[in-house]
Design a protein around this ligand. Structure first.
Ligand SMILES: Cc1ncc(COP(=O)(O)O)c(C=O)c1O
Length: 438
């Protein structure tokens, strides 16, 4: 059997880099321990070449949601190459920052000012800092996943399972100052009661309310209305996190679709096709407080991010990419449904069309998930129980993927009937959520 060069490198990586990778969701253990190709040589459209030069079609996370147009998009890359040639850093500022601010404000008429960062988590930390500075109150209520920063992980100091319902399980707050205990509290999406309970308990101490515009289910109208109304009553700043959802359902933040008018909205992975960029946009009276607190970093001034974002957003508009990824995502979700029925497999599908998921409804879901990934990899697909659609995914990719899924579900169905699906695994079972690598 051919040696997996990626796995050999990953073994070394785990000795040199604690946790192996910089992002939990890119750990090979999250997909197929010991067998996942782990590293790439080249990526184009929705295809990836591993270190052994094997080519796969990515029907999984597309750079964990960062490549909405597809890998190495020609237009975005040309814009980036242009600024690389002209200089991506200098003592003076990048004019693209201003053009991008104008474009973001045009798409979000409720906002008047913009700041930039380069990653989703840090942009959220900036938004929270501005919101606390504006409200002059420390306490945060939040819903959803918002990154690795102290303000967020501190919720797990009071209750180590507080964050479990918010995308990633088992996030450890070790190293987060214990003095932050009791400074942020989670509520559940669409659960008005859980939100109001916290409002009644902490009322005027609450300075910030943070939520994702959408993750797995569409919002109930009253949920957003209640948040807006209560925030006004207690003078709390509302931050909507569009890091994952932004630009996927529509041209801009998904909150625009649902009639939620926040004070701040935060964008990152949907806006710049794989080049680091993040934006914090907001109402003038809130954003101008960013001048009264120190928020400043050298590399937030580099030029690649704004150049990539401008070209990406213009292309999203020109090609109506949200419609394309919605159509492709719906076809994949419909395929999962039909093929699961056909092969007698019990799955539950969730997520918005461009960011779809399914889970195997069995006592041993991780074994079956691992087997699915293993069998799909053998058919040259990077696949897991999620599909993030990109503009590079076309009908022919979906067709081939669903043919492979049909065969794989059929195999799994027989393995389940035999009552011992694990005997087909060639490595160990995939991880779920955060855990230490041994
Ligand atoms: C909604 C949301 N907020 C924040 C983040 C953190 O972004 P980043 O990984 O760029 O720090 C993510 C990442 O997945 C996200 O989905």
């Amino acid at each position: 059997m051919e040696m997996n060069k990626g796995q050999r490198l990953y073994k070394l990586a785990k000795k040199l880099i604690p946790g192996g990778t910089q992002l939990l969701s890119k750990r090979p253990e999250m997909f197929l321990p010991e067998l996942w190709p782990a590293y790439y040589k080249k990526a184009k459209g929705c295809e990836i070449w591993d270190l052994n030069d094997k080519k796969y079609t990515d029907m999984s996370y597309m750079g964990i949601g960062s490549c909405i147009l597809g890998y190495t998009d020609e237009d975005v890359d040309q814009a980036v190459i242009k600024v690389i040639k002209e200089g991506t850093m200098s003592t003076l500022n990048a004019p693209e920052e201003v053009e991008l601010a104008k474009l973001l404000i045009k798409l979000h008429p409720w906002a008047q000012m913009v700041r930039y960062a380069r990653t989703g988590g840090e942009a959220m930390a900036i938004a929270v800092r501005i919101a606390r500075a504006k409200s002059k109150k420390d306490l945060i209520l939040f819903c959803g996943y918002h990154g690795w920063h102290d303000w967020y992980l501190s919720a797990n100091l009071a209750d180590d399972k507080a964050l479990n319902g918010h995308l990633l399980h088992g996030l450890s707050p070790l190293g987060v100052p214990r003095s932050l205990k009791g400074s942020s509290f989670p509520f559940q999406y669409n659960d008005i009661e859980s939100f109001l309970k916290l409002i009644h308990k902490y009322k005027n101490e609450i300075g910030v309310i943070v939520l994702e515009s959408i993750r797995n289910v569409y919002p109930i109208k009253e949920f957003f209305e209640t948040i807006s109304n209560e925030a006004k009553k207690i003078n709390a700043v509302v931050i909507v996190d569009e890091v994952s959802a932004g630009f996927r359902l529509n041209l801009g933040g998904a909150h625009l679709l649902f009639g939620l008018e926040p004070d701040i909205a935060v964008f990152a992975k949907g806006m710049s096709n794989g080049y680091p960029m993040a934006a914090i946009i907001g109402k003038k009276e809130v954003m101008k407080v960013a001048q009264d607190t120190f928020i400043s970093s050298t590399y937030w001034t580099e030029r690649i991010g704004p150049a990539a974002a401008l070209t990406t957003i213009k292309k999203l508009i020109e090609k109506n990419v949200p419609k394309h990824i919605g159509d492709i995502g719906r076809k994949v979700q419909e395929g999962w449904r039909l093929l699961a029925n056909k092969n007698n497999i019990n799955i539950e599908i969730s997520g918005i069309p461009p960011l779809g998921h399914f889970s195997f409804k069995y006592d041993n879901p991780l074994i079956i998930k691992t087997l699915f990934t293993q069998l799909m990899l053998e058919k040259k697909f990077l696949a897991s129980t999620a599909f993030y659609a990109s503009y590079a995914h076309k009908d022919q990719h979906v067709k081939k993927y669903l043919e492979a899924t049909d065969e794989t579900f059929n195999f799994i169905s027989r393995a389940i009937k035999e009552k011992c699906p694990e005997k087909y695994l060639k490595g160990s079972i995939c991880h779920s959520g955060f855990q230490r690598l041994t």
